[in-house]
Every structure is written in C-alpha cells, then in structure tokens.
Design a protein around this ligand. Structure first.
Ligand SMILES: Cc1ncc(COP(=O)(O)O)c(C=O)c1O
Length: 377
C-alpha cells in the first residue's frame, strides 16, 4: 500500500466489522459444490414479488436520470401501510434497516454515551454503538425462553443512556417481546431514552401476545419502530428499510439523509411490493407453516430448537457448530453457526420451502446421525 499520512480515528479503527452469512459464491469456492440451498441470512425462500421485479426493470430504463430528490412518495406509501393514523413525516427511509440503525447511532450517540443491548441479539447494534465511541451496556435475555428482563433494563438506565435496542422477534434466537412486558417497560423508561423496537421480522409473528411498537409511536413516546424489506418482502438485494417514529424524531433523523438518498430502482421496487399484498401474505403463510414443521422435525431429533416467531430457528446440534456448518456446506446446505451471535453451541437455520427444509434435514441427518436411515419425514 502507498504510505500515507492520513489521520485515522483510533475509535473507528476499533469498530468490529459486520460478518454476513456465507454467500453462494463463498460456499461454492470453499466446498467445490455448485448446487446450494442458502438458509443462512433469513432471506425470503419465495423470492421477490413479481410486481416488484417488473417495476425495477421498468425503472432501469431511466437509470441515466436522478431519482426524485426526496423520498416523499415512498414515505407516504409506507405510512399508509403502517396504518391510517400515520403520516409521511413519521417515516425515515434508509438502505435497509441497517442504514436506519446507523442513522440512529449518528443522530443520538456521542463518545461517553451509553446504549443498552440485550444479548444474544443482532450484532449491528454493538457496531453502531462502537462507531460513535459510546458504551454498550448489556442486559442479557433471560432463561430458556430468552425473555427480556424489564427490571434489569430499567436498572441499567443512567443519565448517559441514549438508546435502548429491543429486537422482537429476536435475531438469532426467535422469541419476542410480549405486549405486557413492553408496556411495563415503556411506562417506566425515562423519557431521555429512545427505545428502538427492531421489528424486522414482525410479519412472521403469529403470537397474539406480541408487542407492537406502533402503539407507542401512536402515543407519541420516544420510540422508533424499525422495518426491513429484506425478509418478508423478499427484497434484500434492493436495500430498503424504514423507521416509524413520532414526527419530531423522524424529522430529526431525516436531517442525516442526503439528497437522492434512495435510488430509483429501490423506490420503484418498494412501491410495487407494497401494492402486492398477496406476495406478503403468501410469504407469511409459508414461513408460519414451515417453521412449525421444521421445529417439530428438529425436536424429534432431540436438537432443542428454540420456539421462533421469525423466519429462522436456532437449535443445538450437540456437536461443535462450526464443524457441522462445514459438513453441511459439503452437502450443499448453507446455515449460520451462531457463536458470532453470542450463542456458541447453536446453529441458526432460515426457514425455507418444504423441499429446501427437507434437503437441510437430510443433510443434517447425514452429518449428525450417519447410518440412521430416513430420519427426515
Ligand atoms: C434484527 C435485524 N434487524 C435489522 C436487520 C437489517 O436488515 P436490512 O438492513 O437488510 O434491512 C437485520 C438483518 O438481518 C436483522 O436481523
């Protein structure tokens, strides 16, 4: 590298990099296998909405033109999707939920501030906190149900606390924050703390006890409800996410958006997907049905799956997860060893179609129970 004299920030140099799930290209390079089923990044096994694909193709004909300078039209449509009582000024868009998380860190954190995280949880929260030189205060989820410990969270709040990250359903474990726990928390949470309800997987929830952050936004509390189009909408490649918040919070966050922040393909694809309610409903039905089946099959094998409300299931293979992951790669199946997510004995597998799930289970049987024929039903 050419020697240089740039002044690099030691704080930025200490920020850990985010490691994503193994890509198809990586898997092929590492294993020599070419036909893979990818169950590592919680993508939509049905693929994208066809309407979204058509809209992106159409928008691609105008790639020489700038997109609209503001994303007003998309924010209006997103507000309508959230409910008739919400308006565009309560929405802030980003390149995926990840980008909205980055904006939150940028807007609210400074060196010396504190932010609360509840591990095991999504690792980007810690990265966003580290980028700003703030301190991550850990309040672990408790018990076999990975429950939020409301009292511990409240006890951890100090005058320096700026953000509280609540993931529901939780990545990587799958359970959720219940409405009664969330209500108890929000009743007593000091108002100088902004609660980020990361509900990226909420479309897969079928538990009526689930918290819904919209209720708190509606009440004008300091809350951001985080959304992603990468999961239930099947648009991970397009990079669209948003936050729903009281107007003054959303407007404050939008100050960090440059002009033309979202590309024309992202805007066109997102708008078309929002008009394809059928695709969203089918994705949801497929995941809820297949999640239950996968859970049963993993339980039957004694692999202790955690009851999940998301589109993935965490389980204990009973063998070193990295080794199981490598062996599954040789069988053309990509999963995620969960050590990276503070769950060292576990593997996280995305819920796929029935045929993808069968292929995963057949490979798993081969790796964990060689010689025990026909475990997959
Ligand atoms: C809990 C959680 N939040 C946010 C995201 C960000 O998703 P994206 O940036 O693709 O919208 C993810 C992605 O895996 C996630 O698991």
């Amino acid at each position: 590298m050419t020697p240089h004299h740039l002044r690099l920030s030691p704080q930025l140099l200490s920020v850990p990099e985010y490691h994503s799930g193994t890509t198809l290209e990586d898997a092929a390079r590492r294993s020599g296998v070419t036909d893979f089923v990818k169950l590592a990044s919680n993508e939509n096994p049905m693929g994208p909405s066809r309407r979204a694909v058509t809209a992106v193709r159409e928008a691609a004909r105008h790639l020489h033109l700038y997109p609209p300078a503001s994303d007003d039209a998309l924010r209006q449509r997103l507000a309508r999707h959230e409910g008739p009582e919400f308006t565009a000024d309560q929405v802030v868009c980003g390149h995926g939920g990840s980008d909205v998380l980055g904006i939150l860190g940028e807007a609210f954190l400074e060196a010396g501030d504190e932010a609360i995280v509840c591990p095991p949880t999504f690792l980007l929260y810690g990265i966003v906190i580290a980028r700003k030189g703030a301190k991550a205060v850990r309040c672990p989820l408790k018990g076999p149900g990975y429950d939020y410990d409301v009292d511990a969270i409240l006890a951890a709040v100090t005058p320096q606390t700026r953000l509280l990250f609540l993931c529901s359903p939780v990545n990587p474990t799958g359970p959720l924050l219940t409405a009664d726990r969330a209500a108890r928390l929000m009743e007593r949470l000091p108002r100088h703390v902004l609660a980020v309800f990361d509900e990226s997987y909420r479309d897969f929830v079928d538990d009526p006890q689930a918290a819904d952050a919209r209720a708190f936004v509606r009440a004008g509390l300091p809350v951001v409800a985080l959304r992603s189009m990468s999961k239930s909408w099947g648009l991970a490649g397009l990079r669209v996410g948003w936050g729903l918040a009281p107007a003054e919070v959303a407007g404050y966050l939008r100050r960090l958006r440059g002009p033309f922040a979202l590309g024309s393909l992202a805007i066109a694809g997102a708008l078309a997907a929002l008009d394809d309610a059928g695709h969203l409903a089918r994705s949801r039905r497929l995941v809820i049905r297949e999640r239950a089946w996968l859970h049963r099959e993993l339980s039957r094998r004694g692999l202790q799956p955690v009851p999940s409300q998301a589109n993935f299931v965490l389980f204990r293979p009973g063998r070193p997860p990295e080794e199981v992951y490598e062996r599954l790669l040789e069988h053309g199946v990509i999963v995620r060893p969960a050590a990276y997510f503070d769950s060292p004995e576990c593997i996280r597998v995305t819920v796929g179609t029935r045929s993808q799930n069968r292929r995963f289970l057949a490979a798993l049987d081969d790796v964990l129970f060689p010689g025990r024929a026909g475990a997959a039903s």
